[in-house]
Design a protein around this ligand. Structure first.
Ligand code: GA4
Length: 354
């Protein structure tokens, strides 16, 4: 396992090198994989997954459809919006004034919902919904496989308990396509001061890494595509094209760029899994930067339980030394709370045990 140095380098500074996250090869021996995934979830709350077995054509078809959609003119894309919160959105994120240099399609993974939404998304809705279904089913199975490995690693009495939550027909998982237009090609209006969570300095000079610009004092600043946050769900599987942009926070103010690799997934622990493991796994804060020259596309699956599911530390994770850190709640309750707050809010704090 290749790991990042946990030594902070100062507030909000970016380590200039990429590819430092744990890399897990799913084709290796199970005990080896289990041990490494467990450590990665505890230490970083994320890892890079390679040799995951997801068919290439399923990923390629989904990516091609996404580029067709985002390549359309604005009025055509707007037929699939505004995000309520599902649907097409541009720059506005959530319901409380967050913005970013991103346009996106947010879909529920329920098949009836995909079929319905596809009608306003694609000129060939049958083809679109079929391609989304194939992708979502494959990525859900992969998510369930990882959750089962984690269940074994945690020595749960029922190691499949976590996997079952995302495999449930009523699972509230969502699928998101994010398009971060390059700054050169986007019509994002110079001086768009509407963007309240970006640090953009427009007088940029390019860094070798592509997405950075150098501000006056020589520090590295980027243009925020999607601001800092943790994912509310259990597990996120993110795949992007070969353009750099995703960063994860591995310590106080230390942001590590995740090297883009279209054949891998970046797997991120979400808030619900942090609670279920009584804080043993950490839900990782992350953000996405835009690239000045190349547009970035990410396809993100957020594995969630059904709305009525009870989220509370699993009994095996509670000990005398480590009593329950969170009070029980339903996924519906937690989801509602996420939409009442800003993107960067540390909403898990609201659910701590007394
Ligand atoms: C972050 C993870 C998922 O993308 C998402 C996001 C959701 C949205 O974009 O509508 C949220 C954000 C996400 C967390 C806080 C709330 C809700 C925007 C926002 C400000 C779909 C999700 O489930 O939570």
């Amino acid at each position: 396992m290749v790991v990042a140095s946990p030594t902070p380098v100062g507030p909000d500074r970016i380590r200039p090198t990429g590819g430092l996250l744990p890399v897990i090869d799913l084709s290796r021996r199970r005990s080896h994989v289990t041990d490494r995934i467990l450590r990665a979830c505890e230490e970083f709350g994320c890892f890079k997954l390679v040799n995951h077995g997801m068919p290439r054509h399923v990923v390629a078809n989904m990516e091609a459809e996404a580029f067709v959609f985002f390549g359309q003119l604005e009025p055509e894309k707007r037929r699939a919006g505004p995000p309520d919160p599902l649907g097409y959105g541009c720059r506005n994120i959530g319901l409380n004034g967050d913005t970013g240099e991103v346009e996106y399609l947010l879909l529920h993974t329920n098949q009836a919902s995909i079929n319905q939404r596809s009608k306003t998304i694609s000129k060939d809705p049958k083809k679109f919904s079929c391609i989304v279904r194939e992708y979502v089913e494959a990525v859900r199975d992969l998510t369930a496989e990882i959750l089962e490995i984690l269940g074994e690693g945690l020595r749960l009495k029922d190691p499949k308990v976590l996997a079952r939550l995302v495999k449930d027909d009523e699972s509230d998982s969502v699928f998101r396509l994010n398009h971060y237009p390059s700054l050169l090609t986007s019509d994002n209006g110079e001086g768009d001061d509407n963007n309240n969570n970006n640090n953009n300095s427009r007088d940029m000079s390019s860094e070798e890494s592509g997405y950075c610009c150098v501000n006056g004092d020589g520090g590295l600043k980027g243009v925020i595509g999607f601001g800092e946050h943790s994912d509310p769900q259990m597990l996120t599987l993110l795949r992007s094209n070969e353009v750099l942009g995703l960063q994860v926070c591995v310590g106080e103010g230390l942001w590590v760029p995740v090297s883009p690799d279209p054949d891998s997934f970046c797997v991120l622990v979400g808030d619900a899994l942090q609670v279920l493991t009584n804080g043993r796994f950490v839900s990782v804060r992350h953000r996405a930067m835009t690239n000045p020259y190349k547009s970035r596309l990410s396809m993100v699956y957020f594995g969630a339980p059904p709305l009525p599911a009870r989220i509370a530390p699993l009994p095996e994770t509670i000990t005398a030394q480590r009593p329950s850190l969170y009070r029980p709640f339903t996924w519906a309750e937690y989801k509602k709370t996420t939409y009442l707050h800003r993107l960067s809010h540390s909403r898990l704090d609201l659910f701590r045990a007394e």
